[in-house]
Design a protein around this ligand. Structure first.
Ligand code: RRO
Length: 306
């Protein structure tokens, strides 16, 4: 059972703890997601899944840089037909909310995948409109307000579960896109996906990733993600925000709450540490709240704006 200090409601989901597994890390199999829940996560988000299977890019797909990772996996996934079975298995293992991350190449395709994911047992969906390096999907949708509106609206008309929209930081005006998603019916926003980046090998003189460019995650991007959350909360008071980007300590999580996030997602810190990073962060937040004589995480959400 979660402590009542750390438990929260977001977009109709009940979380025992404020940290969710971010999409893309350990979110493939029921067993790996169960390990993350055991480590202290309040919910899990799966790896992004599409209508047709995709094998992703050739190696190298990930490179470690100072304080982060740059990845260009290329949206590898077995397709929703096969993944539906994993969703069903996950629901037998995991009691906490299972959020299925989905993507498509058109609004209709997003909606078909959404319907199949919900039929298999998804408690909520996260629309990936922000993968930084795959053509015709991801941030090509999330950077285009008209397309973004159509995708969110079409999915919302198809399913009844809460719909989270994961935004890209690689835009000039994230607030405009956030408010477009809200106008189209988003129940919550996840801010943010990875930052477009490159790493170059000085010996070979060539880019390291097979795809040349990828997405930067980890502590190197934390304060950019935090600024995105702050900007969105400043203009949009009512939409729940899930902070994501470089969180690896309880202090990082608290900064995101203060900026306006109601919950946080953690990905790269699990790769650098272990799923137990959630427990460590939970304990740190609880101690912080006690020290401040506060009874709930809710009480600090957005506090830096006051
Ligand atoms: O699979 C990927 O290459 C990937 C995805 Br879908 C995403 O949303 N963000 C990212 O950094 N990589």
């Amino acid at each position: 059972m979660g402590s009542s200090t750390l438990s929260l409601q977001i977009a109709g989901l009940s979380l025992d703890y404020p940290g969710m597994l971010a999409s893309g890390v350990l979110g493939y199999s029921a067993e790996s997601m169960f390990r993350v829940i055991e480590g202290g996560a309040g919910a899990v988000v799966t790896k992004s899944v599409s209508l047709q299977p995709r094998c992703g890019y050739a190696n190298p797909t990930v490179v470690q840089v100072k304080s982060g990772l740059i990845n260009a996996m290329g949206l590898p996934n077995p397709g929703i037909q096969v993944y539906a079975e994993e969703i069903r298995r996950s629901k037998t293992l995991i009691r906490q909310p299972l959020i299925v991350s989905i993507f498509g190449y058109s609004a209709e395709e997003y909606a078909v995948v959404a319907g199949k994911a919900v039929a298999a047992g998804a408690d909520a969906l996260e629309l990936n409109v922000s993968c930084p390096h795959v053509k015709q999907t991801g941030s090509e949708i999330g950077q285009n307000a008209a397309l973004l509106f159509e995708v969110v609206k079409t999915v919302k008309a198809t399913v009844k579960v809460p719909v989270f929209v994961k935004l890209s930081p690689n835009v000039t005006d994230i607030v405009h896109l956030a408010s477009t998603a809200v106008d189209a019916g988003a129940d919550a926003l996840t801010a943010v996906n990875t930052l477009r980046a490159i790493a170059i090998n000085v010996e070979t003189t060539r880019p390291i990733l097979n795809n040349i460019k990828g997405g930067l995650s980890g502590p190197a991007m934390k304060n950019v993600a935090l600024r995105c959350v702050y900007d969105i909360r400043e203009k949009l008071a009512n939409i729940p925000i899930v902070g994501c980007g470089g969180i690896s300590s309880w202090q990082d999580a608290v900064e995101f709450f203060l900026a306006g996030a109601s919950a946080v997602q953690i990905g790269t810190a699990i790769a650098f540490d272990s799923p137990k990073v959630f427990q460590t962060i939970n304990q740190g937040i609880e101690t912080y709240l006690k020290k401040k004589h506060l009874r709930s995480v809710n009480e600090i959400v957005g506090l830096s704006h006051h």
